[in-house]
Design a protein around this ligand. Structure first.
Ligand SMILES: [Zn+2]
Length: 333
């Protein structure tokens, strides 16, 4: 039995989860990050970006409705800015990248539950069949017949592919995410030259502007995830400004409304910095979302660096995590 499964069994047996549900929540905002919704195992691309199946997402939202208060749009902005007082724990549901499942699956699930979510789009991907760097790396590493790939850029690294492909994929993705990678295309070229396989033909993979407008009209929030999804921490100040300014302008033109939220690509520590936050604020973003752990309690709430948590593949353990964070403000492990 895995550690996670063991932990969720123990929590259930001890009645810890039930007990937590009856505790009063702390004032704060718990923000959930999703990427793709669906069956990860069936994907030919990066399986790690699947955060939940459609059923698991629906079930998560129903659980949140019972034990937390789901917020989005104006109300979320008002709580973050302090215009509306935080008196209990709220939960916000966010989706990065703008994959087609946002429209086809998540939008329907949110609507049927009567709640709203935030969707962060990359204008360069909108309405296209783009295969972004993480999906390309995953596909090429999974499908090559080569036993290893040798990288020179951004640092010398030999990746053995003979064993578990998922481990090799993570290793190459981590190389791409390094802060000294200033030219992602150079890294991808090295990979493409060695793998002797090509990406398959694909249909449209990202939501269109028309779909985004429909989502917006139904109460969803449309935010920016930068113009081209480059990792901001790898860029100069001017490049960062362009990514955030251009995406804001293009999304605003296409949805016909102002855009004041941004999710920083990758979002982990180092994928953006204080300069990023300063530029975002100067450009008129009132909320900036990172992607590292924790809950935004009154003491730590920072509008341009809102903490977000990933979902846990074990539904029971994910419930326990959300209850610990909303009732105690911390996780027991
Ligand atoms: Zn992203």
């Amino acid at each position: 039995m895995s550690k996670r499964a063991l932990a969720s069994n123990v929590l259930e047996k001890l009645g810890v989860l039930r007990a937590l549900e009856y505790f009063r929540s702390k004032p704060g905002i718990l923000i959930i990050t999703h990427h793709r919704i669906g069956n990860a195992e069936a994907s030919r691309f990066d399986r790690a970006v699947f955060s939940a199946s459609a059923d698991a997402l629906d079930e998560q939202i129903r659980y949140f409705k019972r034990h937390l208060n789901i917020v989005g749009g104006e109300e979320l902005a008002a709580l973050v800015s302090g215009r509306q007082k935080l008196t209990r724990m709220h939960v916000a549901i966010t989706f990065d990248d703008g994959y087609l499942e946002d429209y086809r699956t998540s939008f329907d699930i949110l609507k049927s539950n009567g709640c709203s979510g935030s969707f962060f789009l990359v204008p360069e991907y909108v309405g296209t069949a783009t295969v972004p760097w993480w999906d390309e790396i995953a596909y090429l590493v999974r499908n090559t017949s080569k036993p290893r790939v040798v990288f020179e850029y951004p640092a010398p690294l030999t990746v053995e592919i003979a064993g578990d492909r998922e481990d090799a994929i993570r290793t190459v993705l981590n190389l791409y995410k390094r802060n000294d990678n200033h030219d992602g295309e150079a890294l991808l070229r090295e990979l493409r030259e060695q793998v002797e396989c090509e990406l398959p033909p694909v249909e449209r993979r990202f939501v269109s502007w028309e779909e985004a407008r429909e989502m917006k009209a139904a109460g969803m929030t449309i935010g920016s995830h930068t113009q081209t999804h480059r990792i901001l921490g790898q860029l100069t100040a001017e490049e960062q400004r362009w990514e955030m300014q251009q995406s804001k302008r293009v999304i605003e033109e296409n949805i016909g409304d102002s855009v004041d939220s941004i999710a920083y690509p990758v979002g982990i520590r180092g994928a953006f910095d204080e300069m990023t936050e300063r530029i975002a604020a100067e450009l008129g973003y009132s909320t900036g979302f990172s992607f590292y752990g924790g809950v935004n309690t009154l003491e730590c709430l920072r509008p341009t660096n809102l903490l977000r948590i990933a979902t846990n593949p074990d539904p029971l353990l994910f419930r326990a995590e959300t209850m610990f964070l909303s009732r105690a403000g911390w996780l027991p492990y």
